[in-house]
Design a protein around this ligand. Structure first.
Ligand code: AKB
Length: 311
């Protein structure tokens, strides 16, 4: 049985992944940490500790105190925030990652951290983006993600740390809203559809990006962490995706449930620029071949579930 310590447990992924891991591995075997407290189930329903990921000693001490054998490092600034505060992003995203990898090395832990479609850039092939391809991102977030992939590979090959990772697309969920990402519009649109039957998109028409529903993302993390290492040719990080969509394609699907739904545009040049530097649609065949990745939710199934749950 694993004993898992998560950082950034109150964020968009962490707040759902913590609860799912507690279901699978038992409440006492999942130690949630974050820089702040809250009244949520993550804090009240199981082991929780305050942790600033830039504090290397505390990260080591907490992992040791709870006898964790697995670290899931999620704490990070997302793309749009990182573009506003690049130095802070470097310090948190890279400083936190190095501390987490060092703790994993010192204490012999298995290790997971997410990369992102943000690890690609304008010179990457835009469609059917391969697993192994050009990665020259033009954002601070992308620089952090590529560096993180390389560093995680280095800790595996140099020190034998069992590092694994996924390149997540935009993640859509009804539990915790994301903050500071470029793909956040694809979550906001469902909330506004239910509230006002209207949404003004900061991402322009015809801008396609990969997305995935949160239940598929949670399963992907667990499946990769449980995968037979002998079958893994890649480790950091696998392309995963469930759909490639633009604001107008989500709108078409929402209108099947809310026919009066209106979409308008007020494009934000910063987030639009980031989106245009990312692929339209990545190829997840390496994840399927090496550890059986398969997404259950397509746009139609996700839209129905999102609207039901948000209502
Ligand atoms: C973001 O938009 O920054 C994230 C991501 C795709 O990594 N959702």
């Amino acid at each position: 049985m694993k004993k898992i310590l998560l950082t950034g447990a109150l964020g968009q992924i962490g707040s759902e992944l913590t609860m799912k891991l507690r279901e699978v591995y038992g409440t006492d075997n999942v130690i949630a940490t974050d820089i702040r407290e809250s009244d949520s189930e993550v804090v009240k329903g199981g082991p929780f500790e305050i942790l600033d990921v830039t504090d290397a000693q505390k990260m080591h001490d907490l992992t040791k105190k709870h006898d964790a054998d697995t670290i899931i490092h999620l704490a990070a600034l997302l793309s749009a925030t990182a573009e506003k505060k690049p130095l802070l992003a470097w310090n948190i995203n890279m400083g936190g990652l190095v501390n987490a990898l060092e703790t994993a090395r010192e204490l012999g832990c298995q290790f997971f951290t997410p990369s992102s479609i943000g690890a690609f850039g304008p010179s990457t092939p835009k469609d059917a983006t391969p697993q192994d391809t050009i990665q020259r991102p033009t954002t601070m977030y992308g620089v952090n993600k590529v560096s993180g992939e390389l560093l995680s590979d280095y800790y595996y090959s140099r020190f034998g740390v069992d590092t694994r990772g996924l390149r997540f697309p935009g993640l859509i969920s009804y539990v915790t809203q994301p903050g500071g990402g470029t793909t956040d519009y694809a979550v906001e649109i469902y909330y506004e559809a239910v509230k006002k039957a209207a949404y003004t998109s900061y991402i322009g028409e015809g801008t396609y990006m990969d997305m995935m529903y949160m239940p598929d993302a949670l399963n992907a993390v667990i499946d990769l962490m449980e995968a037979d290492p002998a079958k893994l040719k890649h480790r950091n990080s696998f392309n995963v995706t469930a759909m490639s969509i633009a604001p107008e394609t989500i709108t078409e699907e929402i209108r099947k449930h809310i026919p009066e739904f209106e979409l308008s545009y007020d494009v934000d040049p910063v987030r639009q620029g980031i989106a245009e530097s990312w692929p339209n649609a990545i190829d997840a065949s390496a994840a399927s071949e090496e550890w059986g990745f398969k997404a259950e939710y397509d746009l139609a199934k996700m839209t129905k579930d999102m609207l039901d749950k948000v209502k």
